[in-house]
Design a protein around this ligand. Sequence first.
Ligand SMILES: NC(=O)c1ccc[n+]([C@@H]2O[C@H](COP(=O)([O-])OP(=O)(O)OC[C@H]3O[C@@H](n4cnc5c(N)ncnc54)[C@H](O)[C@@H]3O)[C@@H](O)[C@H]2O)c1
Ligand SMILES: O=c1ccn([C@@H]2O[C@H](COP(=O)(O)OP(=O)(O)O[C@H]3O[C@H](CO)[C@@H](O)[C@H](O)[C@H]3O)[C@@H](O)[C@H]2O)c(=O)[nH]1
Length: 463
Amino acid sequence: MVNKICCIGAGYVGGPTMAVIAQKCPDIKVTVVDINEQRIAAWNDEDVTKIPVYEPGLDAVVAEARGRNLFFSTEVDKAIDEADMIFISVNTPTKTYGVGKGMAADLKYIELCARQIARVATSDKIVVEKSTLPVRTASALKDILDNTGNGVKFDILSNPEFLAEGTAVEDLHSPDRVLIGGDESTEEGAAALKALVDVYAHWVPRECILTTNVWSSELSKLTANAVLAQRVSSINSLSELCEVTEADVNEVARAIGMDSRIGSKFLKASVGFGGSCFQKDILNLVYIAKSYGLNEVADYWEQVIIMNDHQKGRFARNIISTLYNTVSGKKIAFLGWAFKKDTNDTRESAAIYVADILLSEQAKVSVYDPKVEEYQVYSDVDYLGTRSSEENTENLTVFNDPYEACKGAHAIAVLTEWDEFKSYDWQKIYDGMLKPAFVFDGRRLLDEKQLKSIGFQYQTIGR
Ligand SMILES: NC(=O)c1ccc[n+]([C@@H]2O[C@H](COP(=O)([O-])OP(=O)(O)OC[C@H]3O[C@@H](n4cnc5c(N)ncnc54)[C@H](O)[C@@H]3O)[C@@H](O)[C@H]2O)c1
Ligand SMILES: O=c1ccn([C@@H]2O[C@H](COP(=O)(O)OP(=O)(O)O[C@H]3O[C@H](CO)[C@@H](O)[C@H](O)[C@H]3O)[C@@H](O)[C@H]2O)c(=O)[nH]1
């Protein structure tokens, strides 16, 4: 039986996942550790609305469990040594250097964790891969743990996380399935697997807890993201065809989604998918396929990314061509910067790339997002390295008020599907804009009829 859990990494996955485990398993002490002191301090903020991850309902879960059996700490060694089960939930970004640059997952943070666990552990541990990892990473982990350890035994499990940001608490409370990969052929392996099944069985029905071998589990995570993203790229590719044929992509999506073999989810045409996972995980899948010499497999999945880049680019280029082929000096207001609604996460958000193209055309971009902080917007654009930080600061302005962001603008671009955008006073926004006043709706969010009757020139994706 597991009494103490340690989770290394207090990010978008480690934080919410462990908060829910602690909430549902009051008999287990859960300590989430991170080397980022600021992040841990924010998780410990007395004002629970200041926790570093914005997720609907998460503040209440943290408030319930924190200080009871949920703890956030920077004392990594202590938490590792105390625990019977250690989740590794650190970031695994795309490599930005060396072999596999721009494709492979950077596993340096994972390896550092493994070495730290090996160095510190004085009793047997179950080590759980919670991060998304290339298939066969468990064998590398085992090598490191077994060869540099203090003679203690390590059992490795794969337990990929399927939560989506914006609905993390809901997804964790009622997951479609929990996937656990382990080695049932040995007694210890089977016991480790059972120990983790028992943790989830506190609240997840047993039939939703799926066990497989480690490699299937690792590969299923990359596959799930690849298939989900493929659906978005598929519908986005058709949105372009709809625009030239008078078909409507929403109608097409509805018509095909009612076929129970296809299903209706993940068929919403958009300005392109973002988020920290889809692109990174598909690139990783492509890299793995290539490393086994499976070039056709690699090319097949790479096309999902190529299509997504095309979708972001053509949205930006359409703004430029519609605004009489020049946006130089023109104010373009962005509603939304996060990669989807109900999150403050901006990683790989389509907004960043659209802004970058417009800034290169000397537009003045103004941004309003209900949950994203000003420094984050600047840091996202600076990170691309297209131009100096000074130039970005000069031409990009972040507003706390949507009406101010839109005042004096030539055009508005909707980049995130935040609900509040729908209920704005669009007449007031129109009155404050230059005419003709354009709206480019990258999410098919707004009421076209209403906007057109006010006088807006309205364009959206896939119609
Ligand atoms: N974000 C999601 O929705 C999501 C969903 C499912 C799976 N995943 C996967 O989960 C993993 C984590 O993603 P995330 O979004 O939570 O990342 P994140 O960047 O939000 O959090 C990772 C945290 O790990 C910490 N960290 C890194 N190295 C450390 C070390 N050696 N010791 C202690 N702390 C360390 C970092 O400081 C950071 O706070 C990734 O592999 C990702 O692919 C993410
Ligand atoms: O029909 C759709 C569905 C999604 N998106 C976009 O796709 C991106 C990803 O959305 P979503 O999958 O809902 O959010 P993530 O938090 O990135 O979650 C994905 O990535 C996680 C990290 O691996 C997985 O755990 C989740 O299961 C998987 O859905 C966002 O930009 C969405 O706007 C669309 O454009 N159209």
